[in-house]
Design a protein around this ligand. Structure first.
Ligand code: PMP
Length: 429
């Protein structure tokens, strides 16, 4: 460990230092890649010199147009055209980009009110409140809801923003195996028998982006009703993308949304925007506003962002929007089926538009991302610490905006790279 003259360690973590020198260093060129276009069905990557280190990029001047299977644009609303872009532009002209205030002060416009009303109606619950950042919706919303004496039962694959929120809430957390309701029930019954908790709250996600798995919501709601538990559901990857009407996993499973105590979601995936929401009963939403730190202490969502989300939400509820949801589903089924036929290992539910492909090691992950980029396909590799060390994966994100020709081009690239890197685990099926 480095020390300064007075004998103190530097501010940065020595583990990170180790990681960037020895492990991350070998694969760093596949991360932090700058782009110079909107992240639509296609995007433009700026190429860097490969010897860059610690963000001191040197651009080579070359740009590469790629089909985009790397960023979340489930319904194609990240494209800079049409009604959403017009609404966002008009709002920027009317209100500017920043409100210079929190929601509780001078940061609430008519657009925020309208978005909150529309979000609650869209989800089928009483009320909603919106935040400028999806991550902070969890990390600041949870401490506002969970007081002393609460016990949280948390899925082992929950997102970092949920884990941070639980830490800030300073509650007791017990982790259950991913999507394993038998394990959850055992933990819940033991907690009930202890008799000392003010409330027992289950925290889960709708679709898990590292696994492509879907929460078994119908059985979970039955369990929570049977045992008197409460349920916090993060729909970052499912709202807009799942269910016949794009209303999320409640829609997918045919569950009454009012049976989920807290519906949380983000606007960064299906709505092509930024921010998040917490929705549920009017009393719950009032509590999040009053007790969560974001409403009073963080800058409000930018009005042009609110306008974009509103336009996208209305579009999803229209017949053309329903067609987008269907196109996303068709693209997802097609892509998953073709990957399986290729003999690679993929994870997740058939309907999940995030499709993780197992590549095992960091080095294969880097080689796969590089090989795909060279063939004009932009993807994201995910490895330790976001996954176990030997379960690195490529995460393909499907979009309603992808044409069948684009997907075929991507699949041909994947097939070539899979052979190059040695990823087939079985003969073709
Ligand atoms: N929850 C989940 C499940 C997520 O996957 C993410 C981000 N990918 C977030 C919350 C944070 O949302 P945002 O990126 O919109 O800040």
């Amino acid at each position: 460990i480095e020390r300064n003259r007075e004998g103190y360690a530097p501010l940065y973590n020595p583990f990170e230092q180790f990681f960037s020198r020895y492990v991350y260093r070998r694969v760093r060129h596949i991360f932090n890649r700058p782009i110079s276009s909107t992240p639509g069905a296609e995007l433009t990557l700026k190429e860097r010199a490969t010897d860059d280190y610690n963000w001191s990029f040197r651009f080579t001047g070359t740009e590469r147009r790629c089909i985009n299977l790397g960023s979340y644009n489930y319904l194609g609303f990240a494209e800079p055209a049409g009604a959403c872009a017009d609404a966002a532009e008009a709002a920027a002209r009317q209100y500017g980009l920043a409100l210079a205030s929190s929601r509780a002060e001078l940061g609430s416009t008519a657009l925020h009110r309208e978005l909150e009303r529309t979000t609650a109606d869209f989800l089928g619950v009483e009320a909603a409140t919106v935040f400028g950042m999806g991550f902070a919706t969890n990390s600041l919303g949870l401490p506002g809801l969970l007081g002393a004496g609460a016990l949280v039962l948390s899925d082992e694959n929950n997102h970092a923003s949920l884990i941070l929120g639980l830490r800030l809430a300073r509650v007791t957390v017990r982790v259950f195996r991913h999507n394993d309701l038998r394990h959850l029930e055992r933990l819940a019954r033991r907690a009930i028998a202890e008799g000392k908790w003010t409330k027992i709250v289950v925290v889960v996600e709708g679709v898990y982006s590292m696994e492509g798995s879907i929460v078994p919501l119908r059985a979970l709601v039955a369990l929570k009703k049977r045992l008197g538990l409460q349920l916090y559901l993060d729909e970052a990857h499912s709202v807009g993308a799942m269910g016949p009407r794009g209303r999320g996993v409640t829609d997918h499973w045919g569950v009454d949304p009012r049976d989920v105590d807290v519906l949380m979601g983000t606007f960064t995936k299906s709505f092509g925007a930024a921010g998040g929401y917490i929705a549920g009963s009017a009393r719950l939403v009032a509590c999040v506003r009053a007790q969560g730190h974001a409403h009073a202490y963080a800058h409000a969502m930018a009005p042009c962002v609110a306008a974009q989300v509103l336009a996208a939400m209305r579009a999803i509820a229209s017949p053309a929007g329903a067609a987008r949801v269907r196109r996303l589903r068709d693209n997802t089924h097609y892509f998953r089926r073709r990957l399986r036929a290729m003999g690679v290992l993929t994870f997740g539910h058939e309907d999940s538009p995030v499709v993780p492909m197992l590549v095992y090691t960091f080095s294969k992950m880097a080689a796969t991302v590089e090989g795909l980029t060279a063939r004009g396909v932009a993807t994201v590799g995910v490895g330790f610490p976001a996954t176990p060390l030997n379960k690195a994966r490529i995460r393909f994100c499907l979009s309603a905006a992808h044409t069948r020709e684009q997907l075929d081009e991507c699949l041909a690239a994947v097939e070539a790279v899979v052979d190059e890197v040695g990823l087939r685990y079985s003969r073709r099926r």
